[in-house]
Design a protein around this ligand. Structure first.
Ligand code: ADP
Ligand code: MG
Ligand code: ZN
Length: 472
């Protein structure tokens, strides 16, 4: 029989905040030694009270906006009770009843086509500490206790391991570019829920959950192993599938049962009376929206709409610094396609000639926009613009001052160009006569005389056009 794989993911992502979720300790990244970043609140001393970190809410909402979620304006915390030595309060503060974001959707594109993955919810919670085992002793390190997490729960919409890994890579790239999380090793951890069903069947099969994996490679291997185990169980009736929690062993490449799946009742959830409900009003939401960085996907769309070619879009999206330079230059009023060409052709060319890369690029959006605008409004011509850009890239000069110094900045208005052309025509009757008599070369002499008078300022094509019109 042919089977279809069904997968749902629960992904924990550690947020890039300066402090923990309910106290002012720095995150565990700030720690050198075990228990460096710990205070009475986060190590669960009696009477401690949590104080909500506002930044956590903002990052969770930003993640929700990126994943097209509904943002719940009223959101609350609950206590999830269980006993474990790395959990000093014997409960974890999380969200059950009113999670911050619900009903999102994200599209994943794989070799098989694209699929919409529905996001069931995103909730905020605190991380637990860590146990360190040495010989016959176990130690507890509370540095990670109360580090803020968001958990992103999908509907069971994935149909292959490739879709899962593509989704995770997309989240990682969005969250990195959006300042939500660095998603470094261990900061993005996944629980993978798997079941299989006969192809064409509408009903879901029994699912198992593989806990706490962080490498994409392990996730892919675990899915393949577990899917095969389910199919064999159904096909040959070797074992009965039960809903349970399993762990993946990277050495053997197999999954092992850890425990029967707990149900919600096992955790005796109840509302956390120490934390007030959070109300997200219009003003706050608008502010978060305004600060939301554009996600990679949307950005590609914007670049495409601006007429930038695919190859250039790929270059821009592969380098955060370069796409940022472009976006900031556009924000200063420049056309996106024009600015992209100045960056990807002109700047890149100068850097290449000097044996440098984009990493060495010092041009600010302000300077680039100044050059582009001077060229666009005819203050200098394109060739002069390139000269200015070289000086900016190589010596970080001020473009306006440089133009003045080099005598490039003569703002040539059309009246002045007309005047010069008229004068050149009046002063060169012989050349004018030759041109009218059919000598094409004479035009070049007149044009050269105009350009000399104008000292290279003005757009050559426009000057030539005007000269021809006046001679005709
Ligand atoms: P629980 O409350 O037991 O954790 P949820 O409904 O929250 O269950 O689902 C947890 C995860 O399991 C979700 O990501 C969901 O998509 C996934 N899931 C649920 N049913 C199945 C199934 N039959 N096969 C695969 N994944 C499933
Ligand atoms: Mg769950
Ligand atoms: Zn603390």
């Amino acid at each position: 029989m042919k089977y279809e794989l069904v997968i749902g993911l629960e992904t924990h992502v550690e947020l890039s905040t300066e402090s923990k979720i309910f106290c002012s300790c720095g995150g565990h990244a700030a720690a050198d030694e075990p228990n460096d970043c710990v205070c009475p609140a986060c190590c669960g001393m009696p009477g401690m009270l949590p104080v909500m970190n506002k930044r956590v809410v903002e990052l969770a909402v930003t993640a929700g906006l990126m994943l097209n979620c509904h943002i719940n304006r009223y959101t609350t915390f609950d206590k999830k009770n269980y006993y474990y030595p790395d959990l000093p309060c014997a409960y974890q503060i999380t969200q059950l009843n009113h999670p911050i974001c619900t009903d999102g959707c994200v599209t994943v594109k794989t070799s098989e086509g694209s699929r919409d993955i529905r996001i069931k919810q995103i909730h905020m919670e605190e991380d637990a500490g860590k146990l360190v085992h040495e010989g016959n002793s176990s130690y507890v390190d509370f540095n990670r206790t109360s580090v803020p997490l968001i958990e992103i729960v999908t509907q069971p919409d994935f149909r292959s391991a490739e879709e899962v890994v593509t989704y995770l890579a997309k989240l990682r790239s969005m969250f990195r570019s959006g300042g939500i999380s660095e998603c470094q090793e261990g900061a993005m951890r996944c629980d993978v829920n798997i079941s299989v069903r006969p192809e064409g069947s509408e009903e879901f099969g029994v699912r198992t959950e593989i806990k706490n994996m962080s490498s994409f490679e392990a996730i892919e291997r675990a899915i393949r192993y577990e899917a095969q185990r389910h199919m064999d169980a159904l096909e040959f009736e070797l074992e009965e599938l039960v809903q349970e929690t399993r762990r993946f062993d990277e050495v053997s490449g197999k999954t092992f049962a850890m425990r029967n799946k707990e149900t919600e009742a096992d955790y005796r959830y109840f509302p956390d009376a120490n934390l007030m409900p959070i109300i997200i009003d219009d003003e706050w939401l608008e502010q978060i929206k305004a600060n939301k960085p554009v996600a990679v996907d949307e950005k590609a769309e914007d670049y495409r709409a601006a007429g930038i070619v695919e190859k250039d879009i790929a270059t821009l999206l592969s380098d955060h610094k370069i796409s940022r330079l472009l976006d900031d230059t556009v924000a200063l009023g420049c056309d996106a396609k024009t600015a992209a060409s100045w960056i990807l052709t002109d700047c890149a060319g100068i850097l290449r000639k000097d044996g440098k890369s984009f990493d060495d690029l010092v041009v600010t959006p302000e300077k680039l926009a100044t050059i582009i605008k001077m060229v666009e409004d005819g203050t200098i011509n394109r060739g002069a613009g390139k000269k200015v850009l070289i000086a900016v890239v190589e010596q970080d000069v001020d473009p306006v001052a440089f133009c003045k110094e080099q005598g490039l900045d003569r703002k040539v208005d059309t009246a002045m160009i007309d005047e010069v052309i008229d004068r050149v025509i009046a002063e060169n009757p012989k050349a004018v006569e030759d041109f009218r008599g059919g000598k094409a070369k004479a035009l070049q002499a007149l044009f050269g005389a105009c350009m000399r008078e104008l000292k290279g300022a003005g757009d050559p094509a426009m000057i030539k056009e005007k000269l021809e019109a006046k001679l005709a």
